[in-house]
Design a protein around this ligand. Sequence first.
Ligand code: NAP
Length: 484
Amino acid sequence: MAAQGGPRVVVIGAGMAGILASIELAEAGYEHAIYEKADRLGGTWRENTYPGIACDVPSHFYSYSFEPNPEWSHRFAPGAEIQAYFEDVARRHGVDRRIRYGTEIERLCFEGGRWRIEGANGLRDEADAIVAATGVLHHPSIPDLPGLGTFEGACFHSARWDHSVAVEGRRVGVVGTGSSAVQITTELAPRVGRLVLFQRTPQWITPVGNSPFTEEEKAAFRADPQAILRVREEVADQYINGFSNHLSDMDSPQLQAIHQFVQANLEAQVRDPVLREKLRPDYRAGCKRMILSDGFYDAIQRPNAELVTDAIERIEPRGVRTRDGVLHELDVLVLATGFRVDRFLRPIEVVGRDGLSLDRAWEAGPAAYMALVVPGFPNLFLLNGPNGPVGNFSLIDVVELQFAWVLQILARIRAGEFREAAPKEAAMNRFDAERREAAKRTIWASGCRSWYLDADSLPTAWPFTYDRFREEMRGPRLEDFDLR
Ligand code: NAP
């Protein structure tokens, strides 16, 4: 590790992205602090502990490139293993010692060429640069269902699972059919007395064959880390060339082949024709985030499971009343209703150059040049921020590429080339216009409701190919920056 010096950096958030930033900043010799509002690291993997949680990106790809892990139990590892992996990596790289837990940042203000940082616990700090590693899927979205507060059983969001509530043998309702709901349903259906899944929109389901790694395979990985890297490269190639690179073109033959594949999966797996039609989406595969599951169709076909497609009218003390007048009596109600994805680092109050607030800059919706930086907010870097690649990619891979780009700017600041870098308004506008145009051709714009869409139903995620993202992340185009 190099001796620590300027520019001084503050990292906000100790999840996957913040841990990576802290490791790389330390290695490159930047003095930095890392603040975390909770009392434990791990971000999304700390917060999501619902039954059945697993990553839907293969674990050897959803790992830091410099920390291959021979111990993954499954091709798609369960959430608790991923949390343990981050804790282990953070400990071995000394990140855990640097994290200031219980420190919720409330305000960031750019004054006199530096960022002033204020925490809810009275923290006052200053930095030359801020790395916001505050997550995308972080603020639970609680549905506006009439009577929600009147339910007499236990009710919680999937990201706030209450493990003190027993589910075995009980009547459990799940609202939503996203990745979280599908994993919860698959895990719980065999354990509960009755499982009622409230579906507003059906989902295409992709089987993945999530087999465990054998002891022999793990021993081979331990003996030869290159073997892990080969698996990683193979998986990355399948993901990127078989899927991610085609999301930008809704007419691509690959997406059409995927559509036929998931259609065939539905036909083959669901026996009852009435249930099959209820489960059949009327939109293209890939329009919503793909759901990978080997067991969901089996789970929902169990005799103790019911798929309810009538809209929810209201929540009552004893359960959920649907529009057809039926009261579905429940002991536990799980809201697997997703996240408020337009928050990013807010509710932190962020004030940039000349008193410009981030709320004002983002009045028309969050946007960032190259998905990383915002005009008027010098040296503020948003990892996994607006317009970033979030569609079924390995966000670890994304963040590693993003941070390599950030480090290049920090290196130039350290070399004394400039002190402040913010994208030019014109560069932002050009990027945004191109992004908006490209977004219309992506699969996410092919006609469905999803969290990829903004208030104008335009996909907000990186709309170009993944290859282009990698190309852009090779280095910042300094001509697009206002450098001081
Ligand atoms: P989500 O994909 O946003 O799904 C939310 C679900 O709740 C949708 O089915 C939505 O219905 C439904 N819903 C929302 N409000 C509702 C209302 N008022 N009434 C009825 N239904 C309502 O959320 P998520 O499942 O938590 O997943 C979010 C993202 O987290 C995923 O896309 C993925 O990126 C990530 N995730 C990843 C994994 C993983 O394995 N790596 C696991 C879980 C989550 P509509 O479809 O009709 O809007």
